[in-house]
Design a protein around this ligand. Structure first.
Ligand SMILES: NC(=O)c1ccc[n+]([C@@H]2O[C@H](COP(=O)([O-])OP(=O)(O)OC[C@H]3O[C@@H](n4cnc5c(N)ncnc54)[C@H](O)[C@@H]3O)[C@@H](O)[C@H]2O)c1
Ligand SMILES: [Zn+2]
Length: 356
């Protein structure tokens, strides 16, 4: 049997250790993409890469603004001399990880990719699952992720020392996405988390295992199974937009999970006791912000704007209804179409920061 082409789905291969140690795995003549901010905080990083005689080290300052065609071009040009058997390694958060994934797909019609996630969000989410994309500008507005590929990484290197320079809010953001996977997919583990919040390394390990198990069953997002990863994202995206992106994605998703618990309870899908318990744990564990933040954002928002934002959400159902992931229990979920009338009944309470 012929080997799989680079980028085809394969189970994630994770290596844990310090970057200095793991960098010795890098084949000579590779090309590296490095978040300049990370290189600044971790001065040993570039010398460790240089020791592997790379063809190029491309430094880009990470952030959503960098997730564009200009960065992609920079990486492609830096990788021109890479042979088809070559390796592209990316050391950064989700934005550079996404750009490098597209570049790895395009260079020589596909080269090996090594992801070294440096944010918690990238470690538990974006560096797994094969998706990469760049943002485009249409009529003056940034459109997120319209140009993307599936290109699975050959290896993930998890270097916990790189997380030491993350801010509290960056850590919370990644933790919220990780707890999201646990509450939807692994009831017994969530109950263990309820008794004692896990340490960072354990959280990353568990979240990666859960995301990998979902991707393994639906590697190219064809069966709908990966929708579970969108728990909290429908209203999360609305709140993120209403805050004009001042609220971080993870914080918005945390609040979006509270909304999803309310919707599930109102529809008789999420038992009240489950919704109560999960809400309390989400505050205590990953540190989801309070309902007053929802109220603050909704107070000035016309309901019509929310209807439009939800309609624009790519997760809408066939009939245009809002399609949401709702908990049926701890570690169990269903995807349901939610009538507008249902969430509208919750609106007055949300607007006052109350639990409906
Ligand atoms: N491909 C996927 O499946 C997937 C999944 C979820 C999110 N995403 C994408 O991921 C992106 C968000 O990822 P992100 O939050 O990692 O963003 P990011 O890459 O922009 O990183 C956030 C900020 O942290 C800095 N940073 C990175 N590592 C650091 C470190 N170790 N210490 C200090 N600062 C550090 C970056 O320079 C940047 O300023 C979004 O573009 C989103 O669309 C992709
Ligand atoms: Zn998310």
């Amino acid at each position: 049997m012929s080997p799989l082409p680079p980028g085809a789905y394969k189970p994630a291969t994770d290596h844990w250790g310090s970057f200095t140690k793991l960098s010795k795995r890098l084949p000579e003549g590779s090309v590296a993409v490095v978040d300049r901010t990370v290189a600044h905080f971790h001065p040993g990083l570039i010398p460790a890469l240089e020791a592997r005689n790379p063809r190029a080290i491309i430094q880009i300052t990470g952030g959503e603004k960098a997730k564009n065609l200009a960065s992609l071009e920079k990486v492609l040009v830096g990788g021109i001399a890479l042979p088809r058997s070559g390796t592209l390694v990316v050391v950064g958060g989700g934005t550079l990880g996404d750009v490098a994934t597209v570049a790895a797909h395009l260079l020589k019609r596909g080269v090996r990719l090594v992801q070294v996630p440096t944010t918690l969000l990238a470690a538990v989410d974006s560096s797994l699952g094969g998706k990469g994309a760049v943002d485009l500008i249409s009529r003056g507005n940034v459109v997120k992720n319209p140009a993307g590929v599936f290109h699975y990484a050959d290896e993930g290197w998890i270097c916990p020392e790189l997380f030491a320079s993350l801010s509290e809010s960056q850590l919370r953001e990644g933790a919220i996405e990780a707890w999201k996977m646990v509450v939807c997919l692994d009831g017994p583990l969530f109950r263990r988390y309820m008794r004692k919040a896990p340490e960072l390394k354990k959280l990353v390990k568990d979240a990666r295992r859960l995301k990998e198990s979902v991707c393994a069953q639906d590697p190219y997002e064809q069966t709908g199974l990966r929708r579970v990863l969108n728990f909290g994202h429908s209203f999360g995206h609305v709140l993120e937009s209403l805050s004009r992106f001042k609220l971080s994605h993870g914080d918005a998703v945390g609040l979006g999970m509270l909304c999803a618990l309310d919707v599930g309870r109102t529809m008789g899908i999420t038992p009240a006791s489950v919704a109560d318990e999960v809400e309390q744990v989400l505050y205590r564990g990953p540190g989801v912000l309070g309902r007053d933040r929802i109220a603050h954002l909704l107070r000035r928002a016309p309901i019509g704007a929310v209807v439009d934002l939800l309609a624009a959400d790519k997760k809408a159902g066939k009939s245009g209804e809002l399609r949401m992931v709702l908990l049926t229990g701890i570690g169990a979920f269903e995807v349901r179409d939610v009538p507008e009338a249902t969430w509208r009944t919750l609106w007055p309470a949300w607007k006052q920061g109350l639990r409906p």
